[in-house]
Write a protein that binds this ligand. Sequence first.
Ligand code: PHE
Length: 340
Amino acid sequence: MGLERLEEVRRAFLADLEAAGRDPEAVEKLRIRYAGRKSGLLLELTAALKTLPPEAKRDYGRALNELKKLVEGKLKEAAAAAKAAGGGGRAAGEIDITLPGRPLPRGAEHPVHLVRRRIESIFLRMGYSVEDGPEVEDDWHNFEALNMPPDHPARDDQDTFYLAGGRLLRTHTSPVQTRVMERSEPPIRIIVPGRVYRRDSDLRHSPMFHQIEGLVVDEGITFGNLKAALETFLHELFSGVDVRFRPSYFPFTEPSAEVDITCIFCGGTGCGVCSRSGWIEILGSGMVDPRVFEKVGIDPERYTGFAFGLGLDRVAMLLYGIPDLRLLFSGDQRLTRQFA
Ligand code: PHE
């Protein structure tokens, strides 16, 4: 007995009320059960008042009165509604299809997903197809076939999560290059979006993040093709920017280039986002190293190709002005709702 019991009865009443709907008989049964003059539940609850210690009586009495008002008011409404339904009302449990639906909140696409779809649509229009690969990888696909033998210093840049049995969480989407080249004949023209993992966490790094990889292999592919594809892509994604190629190094491409765009916040004059340089690094790229072709069984005398990779989360941060990478993975709806 006490306040909890009142709450219990209140909930039970509301549930029973809903079940009774506009069926006159059910509503009458409900009235007898709760507000009946000889043995209704309200009567019982009133009698219980006497058994309470004096200091509990006031609160209990007040809550009991509220409950009485609620029950009587709702019963009156329900009886009127049942009468209006004219006996043709529904039986308990039946669905009233004339009731208006309950509104559902509108969902929103995650900013990383939005960026992925935008990038995919640009490359799909250029004739690429979308490929996929496992997140749990082996050393061969993630490193070895990409020209990174066990003692290769480039492995240190990619602090790897190792799993039992020599497996690992892929540190980039490049192992899907390996897999696709192993199983298919050129011409190859693919992009590969996906999750990747590195042991790293701060404002700009998260142990899980997203990349999108690109790979084109055919006869006669040149660095000029690489440049044209990436410039077209970057001008579509960020309108009005300048693009520049800087010589760089990746074990699986030769020559390699990193690609920058003029800062989309200051237009190239220098600001906090671009560390006053006017440029923002956007992707890594290069011509597929012939040694990679040999490892995956593609004839390097006949074919050439280019590859590139970029971080989707970074692009989302730039395009939507998101200050902390970790916000993207916090599950905080105050962020995602802004994209509805
Ligand atoms: N896999 C590289 C990285 O994660 C990016 C890259 C992809 C560079 C393809 C060149 C070609 O840093």
